[in-house]
Ligand binder design. Structure first.
Ligand code: GTP
Ligand code: MG
Length: 206
């Protein structure tokens, strides 16, 4: 898929105010600072589309972008931001979980995980929650430019081993780097494949 146009639509903290759910939607989620906003800018080839920061906790709202006038891309706040107050964390969790469970045009989530780390409880638990709620997702490992290929293979093997303890099969995995511009085609191909399927379903039901 070629990205011809990408523009910001709206930010909010309540699914009531999200755009009309008449186009397929894909959302990026993961811990604070994992690289969600950077990945979105890399994918769309728009440097300043999503706000990026070295400090965790930058994105604090549900942000909709419209791509090629055809599908929505959504940048979400990070989960598990340790420095935010407990009430703020719960507030984020509330509207993020609501969005994930209720957004009817959400085709799939991309769950971003920092490729440098060993499996973290918070990510594993979040994916289990998605499984319990039957939310489709793809795992996107980020910042692979920061690892050697042997470290990367070791970490990937470790992650798969850990996930197979609670999952029968592992969801699709994509390796990415916003800095080295890697993994965009895989993500865009996934979206390209799913958009017509969503549209066929939507037309049947509307
Ligand atoms: P929140 O909005 O705070 O939840 O963070 P985020 O997940 O949107 O992360 P963001 O894109 O703001 O990036 C966080 C930091 O990681 C920034 O300093 C980025 O420059 C850096 N970063 C993001 N992606 C990559 C990558 O692929 N490689 C490297 N080396 N650094 C990256
Ligand atoms: Mg962000």
């Amino acid at each position: 898929m070629q990205i011809k146009t990408a523009s910001f639509v709206i930010s909010n903290t309540d699914i009531k105010f999200c755009p009309e759910p008449d186009k397929p939607e894909y959302a990026f989620i993961g811990r604070s600072n994992v690289g969600k906003s950077s990945l979105i800018n890399m994918l769309t080839n728009h440097k300043g589309l999503a706000k990026v920061s070295g400090k965790p906790g930058k994105t604090q709202t549900i942000n909709h972008f419209i791509i090629n006038d055809e599908w929505f891309l959504v940048d979400l706040p990070g989960y598990g931001y340790a420095k935010a107050s407990k009430s703020k964390r719960n507030q984020f969790k509330g509207f993020i979980n609501q969005y994930i469970k209720k957004r009817e045009n959400l085709v799939s989530l991309f769950v971003l995980i920092d490729s440098r780390h060993t499996p973290q409880k918070i990510d594993l638990e979040f994916m289990e929650w998605l499984g319990e709620n039957q939310i489709p997702f793809t795992i996107v490992f980020t910042k692979i430019d920061k690892l050697s290929s042997s470290e990367l293979s070791k970490n990937m093997a470790n992650y798969k081993k850990q996930m197979l303890q609670s999952w029968e099969a592992i969801p699709p995995v994509i390796l990415t780097s916003a800095t080295a511009k890697k993994g965009a085609d895989e993500i865009l191909n996934f979206i390209d494949h799913n958009n017509p399927l969503w549209k066929a379903y939507y037309e049947q039901h509307h």
